[in-house]
Design a protein around this ligand. Structure first.
Ligand code: GLU
Length: 339
């Protein structure tokens, strides 16, 4: 079996490696934040991951990303699992379902994130930041006044070991930031093709562990995808801009990143983004109005998903079953015009 490291030795570029490296067991995940109820966009992400796992005889995981405790909506997680089941999307590993890589709720994995952050502090890829909210607000205002992109100026990167020690001894409130590397970073997106982006042009060093001991999305997401052995990350295109940052974190850990594919947004008829606050696109609202799960699933796959349309192959309109959908190799045909 040829692995990513062998391909690197053969001098393939990093992005080519990502494309060729299909030798791992397929393990994909749906990783919602329980900040609202499942809507069409979330269902589509879950569905594509589920079908991908099914067609590659892999595993489909549910991971709850609840690191922003202030935004949790009570009952959202339980309802989400019910909605997925109703739609015929069955989870192999997840909260309350078992699996060898749990717990599958991020707030129950804080110890792991704190341990992993230490590795990055020790190898110089992360640092303590003692900047106050007041300073950060001022930086933002100054940038806006100067018509520049507001971003952290990385000041605490340059604190001396003694300064850090004395601040820690004084119990000063702090977070941990990751050191971004300037320059173009490239990855191969299985839907959008080659993506190149220099994140430093638009962002300062991101916080990875907050002052309350909780990780931020970016850090917890990378750590969990690694420890849960995720082979492919299939998620909404709104996360594509963060992927080069995630790849830098994999490199800092010396871990192999997964293969990425970003899905164009599903939009409202007026071109606006779907929102968790739109009651009419919530899965429970379709269920209550008597829509059958298979009809909803077929509606989603026909909305730019690259799946075959019934009229093209059948005289009579056909509603595809999950098994039939899983047989279709649709990723190359996803309609990017929808984004
Ligand atoms: N928690 C993120 C969300 O709610 C997950 C993004 C990802 O799949 O990496 O969309």
């Amino acid at each position: 079996m040829i692995g990513l490291k062998d391909l690197k030795l053969l001098n393939y570029s990093y992005s080519v490696c990502l494309r060729l490296y299909h030798t791992r067991e397929v393990r994909v995940r749906f990783a919602p934040s329980p900040t609202g109820f499942l809507h069409l966009g979330g269902l589509r992400t879950a569905l594509y991951n589920f079908l991908f796992a099914k067609s590659h005889k892999g595993k489909f995981l549910l991971r709850i990303e609840d690191t922003d405790q202030t935004r949790i909506v009570e009952g959202a997680r339980e309802q989400l699992q019910k909605d997925l089941n109703w739609a015929g999307i069955y989870i192999d590993e997840g909260p309350g379902l078992g699996g060898s890589f749990g717990p599958y709720i991020q707030s129950q994995r804080l110890k792991l994130y704190q341990e992993q952050v230490k590795k990055l502090l020790n190898n110089g890829s992360a640092y303590y930041c003692f900047c106050t909210n007041k300073r950060l607000d001022l930086l933002r205002l100054e940038a806006l006044r100067a018509r520049q992109i507001p971003k952290y100026d990385n000041r605490c990167r340059y604190l001396s070991t003694d300064e850090i020690k004395s601040k820690l001894d004084r119990n000063e409130s702090h977070c941990i930031r990751f050191k971004l590397t300037p320059g173009m970073e490239t990855f191969e997106d299985i839907i959008y093709g080659t993506i190149t982006y220099d994140v430093v042009l638009n962002e300062g060093d991101p916080v990875i562990l907050k002052s309350d001991g909780y990780p931020t999305y970016h850090f917890a997401n990378v750590v969990d995808d690694h420890f849960m052995k995720i082979s492919h990350v299939l998620r909404g295109v709104e996360w594509q801009i963060s992927t080069t940052k995630h790849i830098m974190m994999y490199r800092a850990f010396n871990w192999e990143p997964p293969i990425y594919g970003h899905l164009p947004l599903l939009l409202n008829p007026d071109g606006s983004k779907l929102s968790k606050r739109q009651g009419d696109i919530q899965i429970s609202s379709y269920r209550k109005s008597g829509i059958l799960p298979q009809a909803l699933v077929n509606f989603i796959t026909h909305s730019g998903g690259g799946f075959e349309k019934d009229q093209e192959r059948y005289l009579k309109p056909k509603s595809y079953t999950m098994d039939e959908l899983a047989e279709q190799d649709h990723f190359e045909k996803v309609n990017l015009q929808f984004s």
